[in-house]
Design a protein around this ligand. Structure first.
Ligand SMILES: [Ca+2]
Length: 510
């Protein structure tokens, strides 16, 4: 080392002492991973040993939610720390605005080397995005394999699933094999080639396990023999449900209902089996990344955050897919490992969300955004501190999409004991659930007169949360894409209005 480089090295140490100590950060995002599809939670057959390891050696956020249950809006919320009404990506078609700051930009400016590997899916672009030194992505949903003949498991046509290979730093590279494995290969390659003098941020954003769920052959049909119960629905078990909204009963016979699932009559049990098998490959990926970091000696200096971008409904309430505010749709797995600061086996009960990821990871790096974020850092909660002034309620929002008209605009307020859901633009009733005692959300308490004050309070909280985050104007985007508005011929007919909506002639509106 000559005198000049020696003096630069000495100066760097003096100038950036904090940078040298900043932890590396790895985020692993899984598509549509619902909160209860985890082995360590006592799942009847699914085994997720590597995710279980993250929970055992780190923190499990037991009540983690997304603020909009849809791929693109949730991804935009993760990157910006904003609600969908602020980042404006309220459907799966529109890109994220150029004026918004992605938290990786701030990490990059502070000296982190940054990489994005996987599904971007905000708009139709797969172009390199701001904040990332290394870029690998693909258009829309991507595909599990470049040729369906490569897999034993077969699926149906999925909108926005395109096979145009990868964009790797502006260069087109063909996809060769199974997506989850191949993205992990690239992540490992990047980890091996990066500059070891700088902290790093790696964002692995899996296509798995988005529908149609196609597992790799090594896991295909592994769960073919397991028994899966059929969830009761308001149509199949009307007495089990109290006051379900009319739209819920109507959605059963729609593209996003069990009767007419994706217009193909998908067998929900088989579908769930393939989902779990595809998830095994994601668990393998988690295992490979942890093992890679362990071998390079970097694991203990790396904060690993694992989460899903939204949940998935497999027939509960007679519905499939996501968008609505029931827990199967909006609750996600969230795990964090960093034994230097986080006690192994920690369980956090407080309600955290996708909008909290950006402020949390900035705090991890000793940074703070100058722009306002809707989310809050949960880093102190993860460390077992600072829970007394944590949020009482989380706001959920979903905006009606012309392409999928069966799910209405809905806002919800999620508390630790109760959830209140308010529908907008439909002639229907709202919902209130005591989620603590009724986790399957079958007993709608909205018409229970003893709950009036609670509904008033939660309704006020909802509008306060909206007002505090400039959310009182609804986003309206241009029409585009296919409209999936059909019902199955000969299927169930339109639902009756709820009983409480009927009055005899001459009575008042009260
Ligand atoms: Ca998703």
């Amino acid at each position: 080392m000559n005198l000049r480089s020696l003096s630069i090295a000495f100066f760097s140490i003096l100038l950036f002492p904090a940078l040298a100590k900043r932890p590396n950060i790895v985020v692993i995002l899984t598509d549509d991973h619902r909160y209860d599809a985890l082995g360590f939670l006592g799942h009847p057959f699914l085994k997720t040993p590597h995710m279980d390891r993250l929970a055992a050696e780190g923190v499990h956020f037991q009540n983690a939610y997304v603020t909009t249950s849809l791929c693109s809006p949730s991804r935009a919320s993760i990157l910006t720390g904003l609600y969908a009404h602020n980042h404006r990506v309220v459907d799966n078609y529109n890109p994220v605005g150029k004026s918004l700051t992605f938290f990786p930009e701030l990490l990059q400016s502070a000296g982190y080397q940054t990489a994005f590997i996987g599904k971007w899916h905000m708009g139709d672009s797969e172009e390199k995005q701001r904040g990332f030194d290394y870029w690998l992505s693909f258009k829309g949903q991507g595909v599990y394999v470049p040729d369906p003949a490569m897999l034993k498991a077969k699926g149906r046509f999925v909108p926005q699933a395109t096979n145009s290979g990868f964009n790797i730093n502006g260069k087109r590279v063909a996809q060769k094999g199974y997506i989850t494995d191949e993205l992990t290969d690239y992540a490992e390659e990047w980890l091996g080639a990066k500059d070891d003098t700088k902290p790093f941020f790696l964002y692995v954003s899996h296509k798995g396990v988005h529908a149609d769920f196609l597992p790799p052959d090594r896991h295909a049909f592994k769960y073919d023999e397991v028994l899966i119960p059929t969830p009761p629905t308001p149509l199949s078990h009307p007495t089990l449900f109290t006051d379900p909204p009319m739209w819920v009963r109507n959605q059963s016979n729609s593209r996003h209902g069990v009767e007419f699932a994706y217009y193909t009559g998908v067998d929900m049990k088989k579908y769930y089996r393939r989902y779990c098998e595809a998830l095994l490959a994601v668990d393998d990926s988690v295992g490979r990344l942890l093992s890679n970091l362990e071998k390079s000696g970097e694991l203990e200096d790396t904060v690993v955050l694992y989460l899903g971008d939204n949940g998935f409904i497999f027939g509960e309430h007679g519905l499939i897919d996501k968008r609505c505010a029931y827990d199967e749709s909006i609750r996600i797995p969230m795990l964090m490992r960093y034994p230097k600061s986080l006690k192994p086996g920690t369980k956090v009960e407080k309600i955290v969300a996708n909008i909290d990821v950006a402020p949390t990871l900035l705090e991890v790096a000793g940074l703070k955004s100058k722009k306002r974020m809707d989310g809050e850092s949960f880093w102190q909660l993860a460390k077992g501190k600072g829970s007394s002034d944590w949020r009482k309620y989380l706001l959920y929002e979903y905006y009606w999409e012309r392409n999928y008209p069966q799910t209405p605009t809905n806002h919800a307020v999620i508390g630790e004991d109760y959830k209140y859901i308010r529908y907008h633009g439909v002639w229907d009733q709202d919902e209130l659930y005591h989620t603590k005692s009724d986790p399957k959300e079958r007993k709608n308490l909205f018409n229970d007169s003893s709950q009036e004050s609670r509904i008033t309070e939660m309704n006020k909280a909802l509008f306060d949360l909206l007002a505090d985050s400039s959310g009182e104007n609804m986003p309206l985007l241009r029409d585009r894409g296919t409209k999936y508005l059909h019902r199955k011929s000969g299927g169930s007919r339109g639902a009756d209005f709820p009983p409480g909506f009927r009055r005899d002639a001459g009575t008042s509106g009260q």
